[in-house]
Design a protein around this ligand. Structure first.
Ligand SMILES: Cc1cc2nc3c(=O)[nH]c(=O)nc-3n(C[C@H](O)[C@H](O)[C@H](O)COP(=O)(O)OP(=O)(O)OC[C@H]3O[C@@H](n4cnc5c(N)ncnc54)[C@H](O)[C@@H]3O)c2cc1C
Ligand code: SF4
Length: 331
């Protein structure tokens, strides 16, 4: 590992001031330190932001939640307001990593963790995300767990975060403090599709510090679910995942929010499926049609075509679960 300078920031202004040149912020370190050991990341300065007092959850005047960027994943998943108002978010966080990792990992660090594409993590291999212009061996090589939606010639990686999937479904807003002052970035829109710049995972600029994530008030998100399919029962990243919130009345879908994970370079908001469902009868047939409408855009690679029917089935199953739950509660 390359030698680096360690600094501990006490507050947001001193953190932003310290993060210049080849400096990086350090959250729980559960991804960044691994990448430093592998030689994938080599910051000259680490600005530790775990003592910055932004690790709380507050209710907003509009009825949503403001989640501090430094809040540990375990504390987010266990918070009573998250469990009651946004259960799919709590379920997604608990589906990630292990108890020990969630105790260390922060909200901002989870959103900003890097892809687990094996070529990205191996500095002996070319990779456009790690070394722009060097090529993408995953296209012809190991892409079983890579993207089926929104990828480019340059990169077919997926974003690994579970937490980001319900955040995209909810339309969360990421609060950022940069050298030009504060700004707010809505999700989707925070993570990028790869295009011809796969080295950029997000729209953040150098030195930008994520300070909070704001959840809008969405009463029907109290009926929501996160479902993750993975190669083993724990400690594995999503092959496909789905976050769904469903608002039904008299057997009709009044509104819904849907996002998919494990399928693209960013959490994938399923806008076509949402549009197909709004106002439609809540039936298995309509759920299948909505899922087909979304997955019609997929362009799988030879060894990940299985993700298309998998994503469709996981979405339909999750909608059915919520519908049955809804009917059960109503009766
Ligand atoms: C074995 C293993 C299994 C895992 N499985 C899963 C899984 O199934 N699902 C899942 O979602 N995750 C999983 N994770 C990922 C884990 O959740 C992430 O490593 C973690 O969320 C990163 O958080 P951190 O605070 O440790 O970030 P760090 O490692 O400290 O940082 C990650 C990135 O965020 C940047 N950063 C940190 N804080 C800020 C800030 N406030 N503003 C701007 N930039 C910032 C850092 O510079 C770095 O680039 C797994 C990790 C491991 C090691
Ligand atoms: S898919 Fe992206 S991260 Fe993986 S090798 Fe290709 S360019 Fe690198």
């Amino acid at each position: 590992m390359r030698p680096f300078v360690y600094q501990r920031a006490a507050d947001v202004p001193s953190a932003v001031m310290a993060c210049t040149g080849q400096a990086m912020y350090l959250g729980g370190g559960t991804n960044l330190v691994d990448l430093m050991r592998l030689g994938v990341a080599a910051p000259e300065v680490l600005v530790d932001v775990t003592r910055v007092p932004f690790d709380t959850i507050e209710e907003t005047p509009g009825g949503g939640l403001l989640i501090g960027a430094g809040l540990r994943n375990s504390d987010l998943a266990a918070h009573p307001l998250v469990l009651r108002n946004y259960p799919m978010l709590a379920q997604a966080v608990v589906a990630g990593g292990s108890g020990q990792i969630r105790n260390m990992a922060t909200v901002a660090g989870n959103l900003l963790q890097r892809t687990r594409c094996s070529y990205f993590q191996d500095i002996t291999k070319p990779c456009n995300k790690r070394v722009p212009g060097s090529g993408c061996p995953a296209r012809e090589g190991d892409h079983r767990n890579l993207a089926i939606l929104g990828h480019s010639e340059a990169c077919v990686a997926t974003h690994p975060s579970d937490m980001a999937v319900p955040l995209a479904a909810l339309g969360a807003v990421v609060h950022v403090e940069g050298r030009g002052g504060p700004r707010e970035i809505p999700m989707p829109g925070f993570h990028r599709l790869p295009g011809d710049e796969p080295d950029r995972d997000t729209v953040l600029e150098p030195g930008d510090l994520v300070t909070a994530v704001e959840l809008p008030a969405l009463p029907f998100a109290a009926r929501s679910r996160y479902r993750k399919v993975r190669d083993r029962a724990s400690f594995a990243f999503a092959v496909v995942s789905v976050a769904v919130a469903l608002d039904m009345a008299d057997g009709v879908v009044r509104d819904c929010r849907i996002a998919l994970g494990g399928v693209a370079h960013a959490p994938w908001r399923a806008e076509r499926a949402e549009a197909a469902l709004r106002g439609a009868p809540a039936t298995a047939g309509e759920f299948a049609r909505a899922a087909e409408a979304e997955l019609a855009q997929a362009s799988p690679l030879p060894r990940n075509a299985f993700k298309v029917p998998l994503a469709r089935n996981v979405l339909v199953r999750t909608l059915l679960d919520l519908m049955i739950h809804d009917n059960g509660e109503a009766s």
